[in-house]
Design a protein around this ligand. Structure first.
Ligand SMILES: C[S@@+](CC[C@H](N)C(=O)[O-])C[C@H]1O[C@@H](n2cnc3c(N)ncnc32)[C@H](O)[C@@H]1O
Ligand SMILES: [Zn+2]
Length: 292
């Protein structure tokens, strides 16, 4: 199903809603705002809103994105994706629902969500700073509006426009999430807990997850959100050496260690390589009196 541009989407230059493209021959492929700023879809279907903005960032490389895609495609984190989707689906209205997956990566979490929410068919936005990730996400979720954008800039979405924001292992901008969420909406956050993949971290040079991150997250959210629920999700993993290499390489270690270096540290390991994902799923409601 091709994406129908939605009035909630704002032009990243002047922040006016895009014109509905209706029966225009470029429908779904070009966005034009009332001031004439126009954006063409990339061949794979995503839109790059950062064109010319010169934002500095360290995006995941194409190779890291491929490692993430193949690790997730094998279904290792499906229990997590299902839990995220369940937390969202139960709060979606029957009609006019909309969701934002912020830091959507290769789009696999949004895919599971959209499949589980098929009855309500929410409008969907997938946002990420990596165009390599969005190439994958746009192919997997053609019904979503996939946007290259920097989460630290004002989001190109109208105020009160989505029922749920999901953020899985990705950076969080609480003020902007609170702005785009409808009052009855939910913010669903997944973060690693202390000890996440500790066995693998010790062997590959992945960064260990620090203690105290939870407290910092709660404090960062507190001015805009109330915590509704918190659950721990533990996923035992039984991996081939190649899958374990993908898992280490797709995370922050991929930025400072090459795949070869990680593979070298795991070479000769007895299969299956075992590890445990230790995760936390947090559901927040917008605070009743948000801080100014
Ligand atoms: C660890 S990955 C998680 C991706 C996906 N949610 C998943 O779990 O597979 C973190 C994602 O956040 C994105 N990201 C990092 N900084 C960002 C920023 N400033 N704005 C938007 N996305 C960002 C990265 O490109 C990457 O796809
Ligand atoms: Zn504009």
């Amino acid at each position: 199903m091709p994406f129908a541009p939605h009035l909630s989407l704002l032009c990243p230059v002047c922040r006016q809603p895009f014109e509905p493209s209706g029966a225009h021959p470029q429908a779904g492929k070009r966005l034009v705002c009332p001031a004439g700023h126009s954006f063409d879809a990339a061949r794979q279907g995503y839109f790059n809103f950062l064109v010319g903005k010169g934002t500095a960032f360290e995006a995941d490389s194409a190779a890291m994105v491929e490692a993430r895609h193949s690790f997730l495609a094998a279904g290792h984190y499906l229990p997590l994706a299902t839990a995220v989707a369940a937390a969202v689906v139960r709060v979606l209205p029957a009609t006019g629902a909309a969701v934002l997956d912020s830091g959507t990566g290769t789009g696999q979490y949004l895919r599971v969500l959209l499949d589980q929410a098929a009855a309500t068919a929410p409008a969907a936005y997938g946002l990420d700073i990596s165009k390599y990730a969005l190439r994958r996400a746009a192919r997997l979720n053609p019904e979503a509006m996939n946007l290259v954008w920097d989460i630290w800039q004002p989001l190109p979405l109208a105020t009160d426009s989505v029922d749920a924001v999901t953020v899985v292992f990705a950076p969080r901008n609480p003020a902007e999430f609170a702005r785009v969420l409808r009052p009855a909406g939910r913010l669903v956050v997944v973060t690693p807990r202390s000890g996440h993949l500790a066995e693998l971290a010790a062997r590959t040079g992945m960064l260990a997850i620090e203690e105290g991150k939870d407290a910092r997250l709660a404090a960062a959210m507190a001015s805009h959100f109330d915590l509704e629920s918190s659950s721990d999700i533990d996923i035992p993993l039984s991996l081939t050496v190649s899958q374990a290499t993908d898992l280490a390489f797709m995370g922050p270690a991929g930025h400072h260690l090459g795949r070869e270096a990680i593979a070298g540290r795991l070479a000769g390991s007895r299969e299956p390589v075992t590890a445990e994902a230790r995760l936390k799923l947090l559901v927040f409601t917008p605070a009743q009196t948000p801080a100014e």
